[in-house]
Design a protein around this ligand. Structure first.
Ligand code: CTP
Length: 433
């Protein structure tokens, strides 16, 4: 009996999918179809899948052509499947030509011509597209243009700057449709506004966008005043839109898994959280407030909202510039410390000390795809690793799309009261001498 296998996501099932399954079936006696799991797709950066795994499996089943359906859950699974199911032939479409030649050691590999003029991507692009406009005062993309390309249903359409040269240069550099220097005109026809201008101007641009019922993503911090932030959130609720702070860490799978594990007692009760950042390493040297916001956000997610006290200590140079800061946040049964090297080289890491062990995210922990745990009584490190693509912004964008489609009125990963607490703490820190 000749056994054939083929793989795919089979999202928004279309005739191209049917054709390849049919042709694969005709090439043998028994056909296995592998359907990618959601977690595998997320891990390989494919964030545009619309149908659930169950629906995609059901669509393959309904063809009546598959003798068996399996789930493809991880990179490298194909070799295991070929051995496990004793496969003679692997069939995929010509878009994969050459990519699976390494499997020829295990079975025959055949690339079939794709069906012309149809793909899941094409069907998705025929659906609703939400337009994004960027508010900027410099000509460099900080990921919003490049990362949007990975999330179907979003399109960066235009740019606003109060400096005409900047607006034009940004438009040309990133091949956007238009550029504007009149903010109200810029806002019309937009669904989402991305604010990446200097921090002092952000709150006003946010407010005006919300008043026009736009969803807003803003670089963090949106303002240094908690009272002003509260006003902005109230306004967002009133206008039934969501105001999202760009704190990508809280959208990353590895960080969410870490929070889940730590809260499920992986290392016992949390005694200490230490976040250290060398400012130069933080996304090419961002402002102190942006850098420290990520650390405060991580601590709030790990230790909660009941922060009892915040204290600061800093070293300044002869000119009075901050060189090195240590910020301590006191909780009932734990302490958190943030160490920022503004001009000195601090080793980047996030360390959680628990009553029964320690968790570490080494290096650039705000971009984490990895963490490790040393658990008391266990001589080996436990290692957790998750792939993620780009700078993490696409995961935030993907969730924003869900918020818009579901008409949610509050951000799903960083709740408004968490953002407000973050802002209170930031205000305290900024009062340092
Ligand atoms: N396929 C095909 N002809 C098409 C579309 C897909 O033969 N017009 C094949 C692919 O080459 C692959 C299988 O169907 O072997 C599953 O493809 P999948 O990636 O799920 O479908 P796409 O439509 O290519 O999806 P996307 O646009 O999201 O990449």
């Amino acid at each position: 009996m000749k056994k054939v296998i083929t793989y795919g996501t089979f999202d928004l099932f279309h005739r191209g999918h049917y054709n390849i399954i049919k042709r694969a079936k005709a090439l043998g006696d028994y056909l296995i179809v592998g359907v990618t799991s959601e977690s595998y797709d997320i891990e390989r950066g494919k964030l545009n899948v619309r149908d659930s795994l169950i629906k995609r499996i059901e669509n393959v089943r309904k063809t009546g052509l598959a003798d068996e359906i399996i789930i493809e859950e991880y990179q490298g699974q194909k070799i295991n499947d070929i051995i496990k199911y004793n496969i003679d032939l692997l069939v995929v479409g010509s878009d994969w030509r050459g990519k699976f030649d390494y499997l020829k050691n295990y079975c025959d590999v055949m690339y079939l011509e794709r069906t012309k003029n149809i793909s899941s991507t094409k069907i998705r692009s025929e659906g609703t597209i939400f337009n994004i406009g960027v508010v900027t005062d410099d000509i460099n993309d900080n990921g919003i243009v490049s990362e949007t390309k990975f999330v179907s249903g979003l399109h960066v359409e235009r740019v606003y700057s109060d400096e005409p040269d900047v607006a034009e240069a940004f438009r040309d550099k990133y091949e956007l449709d238009s550029c504007w220097t009149d903010y109200d005109e810029f806002l019309s026809d937009l669904d989402i506004v991305y604010i990446k201008c200097s921090q002092k101007l952000r709150a006003d641009y946010i407010e005006r966008a919300i008043e026009q019922n736009k969803y807003v993503i803003s670089d963090t911090p949106m303002t240094l005043s908690p009272e002003r932030l509260q006003e902005l959130f109230d306004k967002a609720k009133e206008h039934q839109v969501v105001l999202v702070e760009r704190l990508t860490l809280v959208y990353l799978r590895a960080f969410n898994q870490l929070v889940w594990h730590v809260h499920s007692n992986l290392v016992g009760d949390i005694i200490s959280v230490k976040c250290a950042i060398c400012q130069d390493d933080f996304e090419g040297g961002k402002s102190f407030n942006e850098t420290v916001s990520h650390a405060i956000g991580a601590i709030i997610k790990l230790l909660g909202r009941e922060c009892l006290d915040v204290s600061t200590n800093a070293v300044t140079d002869a000119q009075g510039n901050f060189v090195y800061d240590v910020i301590t946040m006191k909780y009932k049964n734990a302490l958190a410390s943030i160490e920022i090297g503004s001009t000195v080289d601090v080793e980047d890491e996030l360390v959680i000390i628990g009553s029964g062990g320690r968790v570490t995210i080494p290096n650039d922990w705000w971009n984490t795809g990895y963490f490790e745990a040393k658990i008391e009584g266990n001589e080996f490190l436990k290692r957790y690793s998750f792939n993620f693509e780009g700078n993490g912004l696409r995961y935030l964008l993907q969730e924003l799309l869900i918020m818009i489609r579901d008409k949610r009125t509050e951000c799903t990963r960083l709740f408004y009261d968490e953002s407000l607490l973050l802002s209170e703490i930031l205000k305290r820190i900024n009062q340092r001498g």
